[in-house]
Design a protein around this ligand. Sequence first.
Ligand SMILES: Nc1ncnc2c1ncn2[C@@H]1O[C@H](COP(=O)(O)OP(=O)(O)OP(=O)(O)O)[C@@H](O)[C@H]1O
Ligand SMILES: [Mg+2]
Length: 257
Amino acid sequence: MIEVDGVGRSFTVGRRRARRTVHAVRDLSFTIEAGEFVGCLGPNGAGKSTTIKMLTGILAPTSGRLRVAGFDPTRRRTALARRIGVVFGQRTTLWWDLPLRDSFQLIRHLYNVDQKVFRARLGALTDLLGLDEFMGTPVRQLSLGQRVRGDITAALLHDPAVLVLDEPTIGLDVVSKVALRDFLRALNAERGTTVLLTTHDLGDVEKLCRRVMLIDHGSLAFDGTLDDLRATVPDERSIEDVVARLYTEGAAPSPPS
Ligand SMILES: Nc1ncnc2c1ncn2[C@@H]1O[C@H](COP(=O)(O)OP(=O)(O)OP(=O)(O)O)[C@@H](O)[C@H]1O
Ligand SMILES: [Mg+2]
């Protein structure tokens, strides 16, 4: 479902003599099979969001090759849009001044979803995510957690084969977080939707992801199961301690798979 082959992305920042190149992602390679649920960890600035932007066609890579659902994301962005759902926890893709209900209708038109199918899907999603009472509220008046739930609903209205989430649990209260995790787990198990998420909440990874990738300085520092990850620093007790150690000291090479 996702193929990343030797991908790099750099940015030129600063002006004149202060100009320099930031290598946000360098020589990144991994594949994700259909139906997998993968969590992506990494310290701030590691290159996670940049990777997700390349996977969704928002940013072009400066080197290497990507395929998502068989498409080159930057060249076939429209075709890919029908197969992929994307949520940026930090930023909404909804219309700021529109009630949620109208945003969802617009999305129905954009993706040309059959009215009946749309109604059933929206009904199910709003029930599961507890959005019913906010359908008439403009997005700008929603709390962070309510807005994220709106964004997740919006990303799933066209029933994508792959769902990419950049910090979806940011700012969610405990109850919403648990509900969202249950929801994502069921989506993956029952519909077979491929899920890739980034998070700073290790609970997300522990509760959801069979596979964990750790990105550090733009490269893949670890790719394996959570148990494998724990085993890289055997004397640490909690997963938080293990990950903190890997962030500060650098990850050991991934075990052979
Ligand atoms: N548009 C841009 N122009 C210049 N530099 C950028 C741009 N986008 C990202 N970067 C730089 O690329 C690096 C990776 O950023 P990225 O947003 O991918 O990190 P991240 O892993 O998502 O971090 P966080 O956990 O804080 O969200 C950082 O050094 C960042 O400053
Ligand atoms: Mg980020």
